[in-house]
Write a protein of this length. Structure first.
Length: 66
């Protein structure tokens, strides 16, 4: 599977994931575990929700011209 999560998207996912985990810890709630999803997708560079929608925030390589 190709990577479909780009640089800015990764940074936002890491921040959101850490905030959700932090709130879960702060409020002593298991809901904080949901923060693992954006964190995991950012670290792997792959988002399964993007696949059926055909979305990719990665920069694509331009074909080489001879």
């Amino acid at each position: 599977m190709k990577k479909n999560v780009g640089g800015t998207d990764k940074v936002l996912r890491i921040i959101v994931g850490l905030v959700i985990i932090g709130l879960g810890i702060n409020f002593q709630s298991w809901w904080g575990l949901i923060g693992l999803v954006p964190l995991f997708t950012a670290l792997t560079g792959r988002c399964l929700a993007y696949l059926p929608l055909g979305i990719s925030t990665c920069k694509t390589k331009e074909p080489e011209t001879k």
